[in-house]
Every structure is written in structure tokens, then in C-alpha cells.
Design a protein around this ligand. Structure first.
Ligand code: RFL
Ligand code: PHB
Length: 389
């Protein structure tokens, strides 16, 4: 049996960041991850960071490459009805956003954890958590055919939507709130220059599209697609033609195409589990909540949870106070519900749900309002750059 102060389940961005932050304060943790390091680092996901996320990565000492290679953006474009309109995030809110891939954050975090000699068990299988209502919770697992057990003071459930920690909570102690959207996002990554300097979110009668990027030479594009579509039904040529058809003329004319490096389809879902604390088990990030990617909030919310839990654990060891631990769930959920609302609202605004012309006209009217009113633009911008709450 090993012992540690905090057992962290999952080596996604939330698990590794929590482990790294605790390390900076001399608090010991062990991270248990089901997959290999290579698998985790190859998952192409988020690309847009709120500045609060940038600040916490810097505080954890893992931000140097991000500050060198990331692209800071001052604005974002909304395209609709063959037009584009720039929302000046910086002028409206005084804040910027950062383009830096989740794959790179994963690498930076894992490098830092390995450099400080901390314990990460990759390929931990059959993981189970025990006695999280007591003072000495335990985690059991197998690794390379051997059984392992860890005794700890806290368990952080950073194991994503399909993980084991939330599923271990008795049903009567947890409330689940969910909305499933009737379409998915088909995403591709390609080694081509992005079509625009900033991100472009496009509402079009053929469906939503998003032009994002990973660098000045690497683009990430998304198309709204039916849920039953497969990647095989979208050869590169079809993807580029469809993207071009959904973009305003100015961008359609500039689009640079090339072979895809990655292509995948993700379903869209809103999901919140309440509360986020059960005795000495704390749910963090996607383990507790999922948002559709439209608002770019998933990773940012996970990092915001980590900040709240990290402060609470530090306070516990520094001052023997459980006050912040007791407040973890309510503090985290206050942000979660607001980001869930923004992500839902922006999804409803930008996607095609039916052929009903009335619904489309309402979307256009709201987009006209956002882009024509300083107050409405500010409401959009302060949510997009990340609320301070
Ligand atoms: P993760 O990243 O899912 O990591 C959980 C880890 O736990 C492991 N695990 C287990 N380990 C041990 N035992 C078990 N039984 C386990 N079960 C699971 C898993 O292998 C995994 O390594 O959760 P975390 O750390 O909370 O991070 C959340 C983010 O990954 C997620 O919210 C974002 O990727 C969402 N997201 C975006 N967020 C943004 O903030 N900005 C964006 O631009 C953005 N774009 C996106 C996105 C997500 C997308 N997809 C594919 C859902 C774009 C897309 C397409
Ligand atoms: C991405 O670059 O993957 C990305 C950016 C913004 C979003 C969603 C995904 O809203």
C-alpha cells in the first residue's frame, strides 16, 4: 500500500495541473491514468484559453512555451447572412484570449510532472475508489497485472465524462442535468495557413462552421454535421467544399486547403452534476460538467475548478481549515452554471436546428443586435473572455 495526501484520478489537463500546483506548495499527490501518456497527448481538443487559464498555467510554472508560441487574440468574428462582424474583446472588456492547443498544455504539464519526479501511474486499470466518506479514502487499481492500493486524505476525480469517480457516487446523493443536441461537430486539423487572423464563428443556412487555428501555419476547422455521419463519409475534398460554401465570400475566396492530419466527429452535450463534493471526493472538470464546444469553455471551466480546489487544499494543510473545502462545490458551480448558460445560448444562436425560417430569422435578428449594440456586444464579450466570478 502506498500513501499520499491527494490521489488524483485522470491525467487530463485538470488532473496534471492540480498535481503540479499542489507540488509547488509541497503537497504530495499520485496521479492514476487509464491510458498511456502518448494516447493522452495525441487527443486533439481545445484550442482557446481564457486569460484566467493562462494565468494559472503560469502560476503553476508551466506557461513558458505557451507565452512564446501561443497566439494572443484581441477579437473574434461573427459571420452571418454573408457578412462578418468583429467583436473587439480587448476594447470591450480589457481582456484577450490565447490560442494554444490542449495537446501542448498536456505535454508541458507532463514534462513538468516528470521533471519534478512526481508519481504518475499510466495505464492504471480496474480503478475503484473506497471509503471517500471517511478520513482515509483508498484507491485500488491494477497495473501491468499487479494490484495496487493507495491510501490518501483526498480524492480528486479528474477522470472526465466517462470516468469512474462520478459513477461511484450513490444515485440518491447526486443530481444530473443534461441536454443532448441533435448534431455533432466534424473537426479537421490541417497544415495550412488559417483563413483569418482571429477565430470566425459562422451561422449559415447549411449549418454552423468555425475557423480556428493552432498556429500561423496550422488550421483547425469545424462543421456542424448530422449525428449519424461518419468520418469516412467526409473525404477531405467534401469537407473543404462544404466549409467554403458556409463561409462569407471574403473568407471563401481566401481558404487554403490541404490534406487533413486529423479528422473526428464529436457529439454536443450540456451536462452538470450537483454537488461536486462527496465527503473527501471532489469532482473536477469534465467529470462534473460538459459544455458544447461553441463557447470554448470546457477546458477553461476545468482549470477554474482546479483553482478553487487547489486553494481549498492549500488552506486545509496551511491553516487546518476546512472552510474552503466546504465551499468548493458552491464556488465551482457558480461559474459552471453561467458558462453552461453561455455555451447553450451560443450553440442555439449559431446552429441550424430545423428548416423553420422563423427560427433562422430570430437568430439573424439576435446577431444583428449583438453586433449593432455596444451593450449586447459587451454581454457577449465578457462571457467569451471568461467571467470573473
Ligand atoms: P479529460 O481531458 O477528459 O481527462 C480525463 C482523463 O481521465 C482519464 N480516465 C481515467 N483514468 C483512470 N481511471 C479511469 N477509470 C479513467 N477514466 C478516464 C482519461 O483517460 C483522461 O485522460 O478531462 P479534464 O482534465 O477535466 O479536461 C477537460 C477538457 O479536456 C475538455 O473540457 C475540453 O477539451 C473541451 N473542449 C474545449 N474546451 C475549451 O476550453 N476550449 C476549446 O476550444 C475546446 N474545444 C473541446 C473543444 C472538446 C472537444 N471534444 C472532442 C469533446 C473541442 C472539441 C472538439
Ligand atoms: C478549437 O480551436 O479547437 C476551438 C476553438 C474555439 C471553440 C471550439 C474549439 O469555440
Amino acid at each position: 500500500m502506498s500513501t499520499t495526501q491527494v490521489a488524483i484520478i485522470g491525467a487530463g489537463p485538470s488532473g496534471l495541473l492540480l498535481s503540479q500546483l499542489l507540488h509547488t506548495r509541497g503537497i504530495d499527490s499520485i496521479v492514476l491514468e487509464r491510458q498511456t501518456r502518448e494516447y493522452v497527448e495525441a487527443r486533439i481538443r481545445a484550442g482557446l484559453l481564457e486569460w484566467g487559464t493562462v494565468d494559472l498555467l503560469n502560476e503553476a510554472g508551466v506557461g513558458a512555451r505557451m507565452m512564446r508560441e501561443g497566439l494572443a487574440h484581441d477579437g473574434v468574428e461573427l459571420a452571418f447572412d454573408r457578412r462578418t462582424h468583429r467583436i473587439d474583446l480587448k476594447a470591450l472588456t480589457g481582456r484577450r484570449v490565447m490560442v494554444y492547443g490542449q495537446t501542448e498544455i498536456q505535454k508541458d504539464l507532463a514534462d513538468a510532472r516528470v521533471a519534478s519526479g512526481d508519481r504518475i501511474v499510466w495505464e492504471a486499470r480496474e480503478l475503484a475508489i473506497h471509503d471517500f466518506d471517511g478520513r482515509r479514502p483508498r484507491v485500488s487499481y491494477t497495473h501491468g497485472g499487479e494490484r495496487g492500493e493507495i491510501e490518501c486524505e483526498f480524492i480528486a476525480g479528474c477522470d472526465g465524462f466517462h470516468g469512474v469517480t462520478r459513477a461511484s457516487v450513490p444515485k440518491q446523493r447526486i443530481s444530473l442535468h443534461e441536454r443532448i443536441y441533435p448534431f455533432g461537430w466534424l473537426g479537421i486539423l490541417a497544415q495550412v495557413a488559417p483563413v483569418a487572423d482571429e477565430l470566425v464563428y459562422a451561422n449559415h443556412a447549411r449549418g454552423f462552421s468555425l475557423c480556428s487555428m493552432r498556429s500561423r501555419t496550422r488550421s483547425r476547422y469545424y462543421l456542424q454535421c448530422p449525428l449519424d455521419d461518419t468520418v469516412e463519409s467526409w473525404p477531405d475534398q467534401r469537407f473543404w467544399e462544404e466549409l467554403q460554401a458556409r463561409l462569407p465570400d471574403k473568407y471563401a475566396a481566401r481558404l487554403v486547403t490541404g490534406p487533413s492530419i486529423e479528422k473526428s466527429i464529436a457529439p454536443l452535450r450540456s451536462f452538470v452534476a450537483e454537488p461536486m463534493r462527496f465527503g473527501r471526493l471532489f469532482l473536477v472538470g469534465d467529470a462534473a460538467h460538459i459544455v458544447p464546444p461553441t463557447g470554448a469553455k470546457g477546458l477553461n471551466l476545468a482549470v477554474a475548478d482546479v483553482r478553487v480546489l487547489y486553494q481549498a487544499i492549500v488552506e486545509y494543510y496551511r491553516a487546518a481549515s476546512e472552510t474552503l473545502l466546504d465551499e468548493y462545490s458552491s464556488r465551482a458551480l457558480a461559474r459552471v452554471w453561467k458558462a453552461t448558460r453561455f455555451s447553450w445560448w451560443f450553440t442555439m444562436l449559431m446552429h441550424r436546428f430545423s428548416d423553420e425560417t422563423f427560427a433562422y430569422k430570430m437568430q439573424l435578428a439576435e446577431l444583428e443586435y449583438i453586433t449593432g449594440s455596444q451593450a449586447a456586444a459587451l454581454a457577449f464579450a465578457e462571457n467569451y473572455v471568461g467571467l470573473r466570478c
